[in-house]
Design a protein around this ligand. Sequence first.
Ligand SMILES: Nc1ncnc2c1ncn2[C@@H]1O[C@H](COP(=O)(O)OP(=O)(O)OP(=O)(O)O)[C@@H](O)[C@H]1O
Length: 177
Amino acid sequence: MIIAVTGTPGVGKTTISKLLAEKLGYEYVNLRDYALEKGIGEMKGDELEVEVDELAYNFEKDFKGKNVVVDGHLSHFLNANLVIVLRANPKLIAERLKERDYSREKLGENVEAELVDVILVEALEENENVIEVDTTGKTPEEVVEEILDLMQNGVKRRVGIVDWSEVYDEVIPYLRL
Ligand SMILES: Nc1ncnc2c1ncn2[C@@H]1O[C@H](COP(=O)(O)OP(=O)(O)OP(=O)(O)O)[C@@H](O)[C@H]1O
């Protein structure tokens, strides 16, 4: 089974994916590292630009039928059995990306993307089986337990659980208005 863990940069994909893979006994794959290893895509500055079809084609060839948790903000474009979309209060995303010294522009872009559900909408266009999980105020262990519970209960789709319009006022300072 291929489980894709996606979400806005800084939402916690790597932390959650590694822990989820460990609990399930699945292989962990970082999609960016995989693309670099395979020579897929091109570096533009420090960003890797990839053709998603090429990425998905190669990934399928290498991992079809295997048990893997794949971590990356493009992982929802892969042919996965289940897509986990991690969510976090956009203010948390802003604080984490600030610590990583993201530029104001990049920080704003990502806070806006989280605010208006960009990755969730993309994931829903690509896959029927999409589970959204709010990580706000939870430990990574609690998030993983929630994912495992949903999987054990056979839940394949759960969306529409967050509404960041409620916190819009708090994130205005980070937006590129
Ligand atoms: N509930 C939580 N779930 C996941 N991460 C959390 C949580 N609470 C705090 N964190 C912290 O948030 C940070 C998230 O970083 P991480 O690298 O996992 O995110 P990411 O989504 O993989 O980012 P990127 O896409 O930029 O690589 C880590 O420092 C992690 O410890």
